[in-house]
Write a protein that binds this ligand. Structure first.
Ligand SMILES: NC(=O)c1ccc[n+]([C@@H]2O[C@H](COP(=O)([O-])OP(=O)(O)OC[C@H]3O[C@@H](n4cnc5c(N)ncnc54)[C@H](O)[C@@H]3O)[C@@H](O)[C@H]2O)c1
Length: 252
């Protein structure tokens, strides 16, 4: 991969986002713009990366559900490094309650959709003008297996992740001519805080999912990060509008 590309990653303080940021910086030699609502987490990762590759990383406290934050993030990235080559829309949350649709709350729906769906929309809306201007761009949206198949008891999460896949295809079609590629990854169960929180109230569910997964384990964050990295590389220069499922075979 060409070095010194500029990569903005949302939700970069932990889990899949942090693993992707490390890979982009340390393996891809990119300048990484880390953003997260967790200031301490994102600052700590920035210091780690800058210790190894001085001045290659900056951190922003950003809530992706706030369009002003996202717009400022893209501007700051472009102003600091002079381009915006790659955007990883990764920030996401799960429902606070696992419940059938009639028992789910409207507050939860609004919260999940505002981060998982609107956050991805804002990211693309505010990054694309820089990409069009410079004549190239790569976007990877982090959806979920829950966006591809039915996800009982997770109606807002599933709907928001399906919307991410719809936006991925639409935006890929809109901007292919401008040399902007847009793809999505759909992780299955991945060992992160997000996954732990999701099943904190139902530990037996975690066991059941493990039994149902043909590979008999959860994904590691690095395995998802590697796929994101690949979709940003020149090896995939003619792939756009696609969703890559990374699930150890559970969808089969
Ligand atoms: N872990 C899984 O099993 C799994 C499966 C499929 C998809 N995903 C998706 O992968 C992505 C990353 O999740 P993860 O598993 O690494 O979770 P995680 O909880 O470990 O990390 C998510 C990060 O996003 C940040 N974040 C949350 N809300 C934010 C907001 N409003 N603005 C900015 N940052 C925010 C958090 O602070 C955190 O650093 C999410 O979109 C999630 O839906 C995860």
């Amino acid at each position: 991969m060409e070095s010194n590309r500029v990569c903005v990653i949302t939700g970069a303080a932990h889990g899949i986002g942090a693993a992707t940021a490390r890979l982009m910086s340390l393996h891809g030699s990119m300048n990484v713009v880390l953003s997260d609502r967790d200031k301490e987490g994102v600052d700590a990762l920035m210091h780690q990366l800058n210790t190894i590759r001085p001045k290659s990383s900056i951190a922003f406290t950003t809530d992706v559900s706030d369009p002003k934050h996202v717009s400022q993030l893209m501007k700051a990235a472009y102003d600091r490094f002079g381009s915006l080559d790659v955007l990883i829309n990764n920030a996401g949350i799960s429902q606070s309650k696992i419940a059938k649709t009639a028992d789910s709350s409207i507050e939860d729906w609004d919260r999940v959709v505002s981060v998982n769906q609107s956050g991805v929309y804002y990211g693309m809306k505010y990054a694309i003008p820089y990409m069009v201007e410079q004549g190239h761009g790569i976007i990877v949206n982090v959806s979920s297996l829950a966006g591809q198949i039915a996800a009982p008891n997770h109606v807002s999460y599933a709907a928001s992740k399906a919307a991410v896949l719809s936006m991925t295809k639409t935006v890929a079609l809109e901007y292919g001519r401008q040399n902007i590629r847009v793809n999505a990854v759909c992780p299955g169960y991945t060992d992160t805080t997000h996954f732990d929180q999701l099943h904190a109230t139902k530990p037996e569910l975690k066991e059941r999912l493990l039994r149902a997964t043909p590979m008999k384990r959860y994904a590691k964050v690095d395995e998802i990060a590697e796929s994101i990295y690949w979709l940003c590389s020149d090896q995939t220069s003619f792939i756009t509008g696609q969703a890559l499922t990374i699930d150890g075979g559970i969808s089969l």
